[in-house]
Design a protein around this ligand. Structure first.
Ligand code: PAF
Length: 283
């Protein structure tokens, strides 16, 4: 497996693969990889001939008060893991090469990126879309895989790709969970034992809301309330938002017609965790 921080090397390699008729699957990450990421790499390996993983802790998507400096960096282990599940190359660009002197472009997807996480992390999605546009430009993948845990990120990226007619197919991969239901996240590493234990209530709350829907409740305020009720007694959990939205547009839904995305952000101590569930009729 090739590991390089050189943009030229990675774009030459992709060019060569394309000439040889190989399709390219791309998994952009910020490293500190867990099984959730590895499932994205596996999905890319199943759907394409050559898989590239990027590992870049993108400064432009972190707010001033956020965890850029302490974000876990485990490059050597990450490379071993992705190689074991079929990656052909790991691209680890430096910030100075992603954003060279004179870099002046921001890709901003309005509307869809403004609620939920966008409302509490101003500028976050501009950072995500800008770096993804840069990485897509370098790798020129046929497909790029994004996890459904970051449901708003997925919707924003899909909108960007569609609006800019970027020649890449965005593939959504399911959320991977720990045995107690907590969604896998690089930030789970920050949790204390007690926070980790209480964090499992997030999934329980999402499921409780979904169960309420299955019993016939269509009023979203009741679904949101059910989530809050489930987590509110946990002393270390603090709900930042609970919202019910259309999964494609992220527009608030008040009465469920066919389906609704219940999306939440919860602090466990100082660690911000996000999760969601697509609520729809069981067939
Ligand atoms: O989901 C992430 O890890 C990041 O937001 C991404 C897509 C790699 C962009 O930096």
């Amino acid at each position: 497996m090739i590991i390089t921080d050189s943009e030229k090397q990675i774009s030459d390699l992709c060019e060569e693969w394309r000439k040889e008729g190989f399709s390219i699957g791309f998994v952009p990450t910020m490293g500190a990889l867990h099984d959730g990421h590895l499932s994205l790499v596996k999905a890319a390996a199943e759907a394409s001939d050559k898989v590239i993983v990027s590992i870049f802790v993108n400064p432009s998507q972190f707010g001033a008060e956020e965890d850029l400096d302490k974000y876990p960096r485990t490059l050597e282990k990450d490379c071993t893991l992705v190689e074991s599940v079929g990656a052909c190359a790991v691209f680890t660009p430096l910030s100075s090469s992603v954003y060279p002197d004179g870099f002046s472009t921001t890709v901003s997807v309005s509307g869809i990126s403004e609620g939920l996480c966008g409302a509490v992390r101003p500028g976050h999605f501009d950072g995500v879309t800008t770096v993804c546009a840069v990485l897509f430009g370098i790798v020129k993948p046929d497909i790029a895989i994004f996890g459904k845990k970051d449901a708003q990120q997925l919707a924003v990226i899909k909108r960007m790709v569609s609006d800019l007619r970027l020649p890449v197919e965005i593939v959504a991969a399911p959320i991977l969970r720990e045995p107690d239901g907590l969604a896998m996240s690089s930030r789970n590493k920050y949790l204390s034992v007690d926070e980790r234990e209480q964090a499992s209530l997030i999934r329980i709350g999402l499921t409780a809301a979904s169960n309420l829907f299955q019993k016939g409740e269509r009023n979203c305020s009741e679904l949101r309330k059910m989530f809050r009720l489930t987590v509110e007694d946990a002393s270390l959990l603090n709900v930042q938002y609970v919202d019910t939205v259309d999964p494609d547009t992220m527009v608030r839904v008040e009465k469920v017609q066919n389906s609704v995305l219940l999306a939440v952000a919860v602090f466990a101590g100082k660690t911000r965790l996000i999760d969601n569930i697509l609520i729809k009729s069981e067939v």
